[in-house]
Design a protein. Sequence first.
Length: 188
Amino acid sequence: MPSDRSSSPTALLREEHQLILSVADALSRVLAVDSPGGPPAVDTVERCTTFFRLFADTCHHSKEEYLLFPALEACGMQRDAGPIAVMLYEHEQGRALVRAMVELLVQVRAGIREAESDLRTASANFVNLITSHIAKEDGILFEMADQVIEGPTCDALCAAYAELDDERYEGHSKQDLVDLAGGILEAG
Ligand SMILES: [Fe+2]
């Protein structure tokens, strides 16, 4: 199996998964460390939501939903059943949880105490979801992709990944978002 990023349909995505998992782990540590009865570390949670929204969901999931999954469909996999359907469903669940976190952060900042425990719950649910989601993607779907996507199709996919990596996400480059993750990890 090819392993370097420019000759594998999944190496770059697996690498991005590791960064997403690191930030999810930092978020779970923040939730565990600050006092359960008090407000969560709002600034850190907010930086995590920005990372999950722009890096995980926009930069990373775009590569999967618009590039890798269609390439797998072209190899005969179904989009509305099986592993791709499960991954798409979980992406939607993750989006809903991050949206909830963003809304709850606004409420916590406005001093609404009841929103604090909901923010903790939504954050913990997101960490659990993204962790099991990535395990399934790495262990099942990407293993299948590595078997069936090769040659020119693989080259075209990697070139398309690189193009997406040159985009800006709400004004941020991919490197800005990697640096944002670095800052979260340093603080945690
Ligand atoms: Fe992924």
